[in-house]
Design a protein around this ligand. Structure first.
Ligand code: UD1
Length: 418
């Protein structure tokens, strides 16, 4: 396993770019199953979560070919409907592959998914709403078995706008003659990307990006090619890296409106932000000050950037209050940042940060994907050498993060061994 060695204290300066979105790639890769045809996908990031998803697709019988800038998936000869347990445990989003398998074969079998330890992360919303559209569920201790004769026309309403449940229900409802309406659906840009992709294949998905999505079943889908949207969480990560080092950076291949709440908060702490069509420029040459943050479903402040922004706030003047409203266990990483001199207190879902002048270097152990990235950012701003180990989480979701930071002038190397 690798670790990062960071010699911190250098202001980041220059230009970098973001890769394709992890959270859009995963449901779109799953969706390739439904067509039974060939799909060419561009801008899929080369990250561990994508590799695991491709392993699952291959295990199910899809042919997967990786070329320089594209992945070609042929699902014509797929017959297997059980998601392998060992791979299912590695990846939470594997659960949405079930929706795609059900759409095509009217049955699927899978175990409970794994993923980062940031909360209990149940799948009750997926299963309850599967039942409402006519899918029978048989849960035993090891497997969940789903089957149906057909998907039924239904108006369903989610108790919470879960991203994964919305995606799973869209996927399951693509084929057939029914009409499924999902109220209180998640509105994340990744859902819009999934719907655009499905519609490009010939599906009828309306309203993605709003809180009511309508899926009218179709009988067949066709071959297609699609370019995955840019990763908004990586965009936020690189901009916050610029801010935490007091730097001046331009991050390209961004859709700025996807990260509006983050840009607003970066301005509120005192960064200068300039937005162009596909890029954001950030200048953090002023003293930065505390702000309060509440994570919310889109279009609110994204929970995935909370660890990174909270880390920035550890060196902002004043007291910041962060309310984490999506995942109940998402402050764990802060125990590591605390070892670098951060002054914090945690009360349930609230994190209170009293800004300090600087952090000092330390040897840190990554706890989860975004928490690990937050530790890298802390290392960039701390004077001295910081080592971040246990990178198995970080490589799940960031493509070449160290290289992109080096492009911005950071002194960071990836080294083998813990
Ligand atoms: C997706 C993203 C993840 C992001 C999250 C919230 C992917 C691969 N991952 O995760 O990066 O942090 O959205 O924006 O796209 N919940 C239930 N029951 C369910 C489903 C969810 O109680 O059946 C709860 C969860 O425990 C959590 C909240 O709903 O507290 C949000 O979860 P959800 O939106 O489903 O997140 P994911 O799809 O897992």
């Amino acid at each position: 396993m690798y670790r990062y060695i960071i010699n911190g204290g250098k202001k980041l300066y220059g230009e970098s770019y973001v890769s394709g979105s992890k959270n859009a790639s995963l449901p779109i890769l799953a969706a390739c199953i439904i067509s039974g045809k060939t799909t060419k996908l561009y801008n899929v990031p080369d990250i561990e979560d994508v590799r695991i998803t491709l392993e699952i697709l291959k295990d199910l019988g899809c042919k997967v070919k990786k070329e320089k800038n594209k992945i070609i998936i042929n699902s014509k000869y797929m017959t297997e409907t059980t998601i392998p347990e060992n791979l299912m445990r590695k990846l939470r989003s594997s659960v949405i592959i079930a929706g795609a398998i059900i759409a095509r074969f009217k049955k699927a079998q899978f175990s409970y998914p794994g993923g980062c330890d940031i909360g209990s992360r149940p799948i009750n919303l997926h299963l309850e709403n599967f039942k409402k559209i006519g899918i029978k569920i048989n849960e035993n201790t090891r497997y969940i078995e789903c089957s149906c004769d057909k998907i039924e026309s239904k108006n369903i309403e989610l108790d919470f706008p879960s991203v994964g449940a919305t995606e799973n229900l869209i996927l399951a409802s693509v084929l057939g003659t029914q009409e499924v309406v999902i109220k209180n659906s998640a509105m994340e840009p990744e859902i819009v990307d999934l719907a655009q992709f499905l519609n490009r294949m010939g599906a009828n998905v309306y309203g993605a990006g709003t809180n009511v999505i309508k899926i009218k079943g179709v009988t067949t889908l066709k071959d297609t090619s699609y370019k995955i949207m840019p990763d908004r969480i990586e965009a936020g990560t690189l901009l916050i890296a610029g801010a935490i080092t007091g730097g001046m950076v331009k991050i390209n291949s961004i859709i700025p409106e996807h990260i509006s709440p983050v840009l607003n908060k970066l301005e509120e702490v005192g960064c200068e932000i300039k937005i162009s069509k596909n890029a954001v420029y950030l200048n953090a040459n002023q003293k930065l000050k505390a702000v309060n943050i509440k994570t919310m479903p889109y279009p609110g402040f994204p929970t995935d950037l909370q660890p990174l922004f909270s880390t920035l706030l550890t060196i902002c003047e004043g007291t910041s209050i962060i309310s984490e409203n999506i995942f109940e266990n998402r402050f764990k990483f802060m125990q590591e940042i605390q070892r670098m001199g951060a002054q914090i207190a945690i009360e349930g879902k609230t994190l209170i940060i009293k800004g300090v002048k600087r952090l000092h270097s330390a040897d840190l152990e990554s706890t989860d994907l975004r928490g690990g990235a937050a530790m890298v950012l802390a290392g960039l701003c701390a004077k001295g050498t910081t080592r971040v180990s246990n990178l198995k989480y970080l490589i799940r979701g960031y493509e070449n993060l160290d290289k992109k930071l080096r492009d911005l002038g950071a002194d960071i190397i990836r080294e083998e061994g813990e």
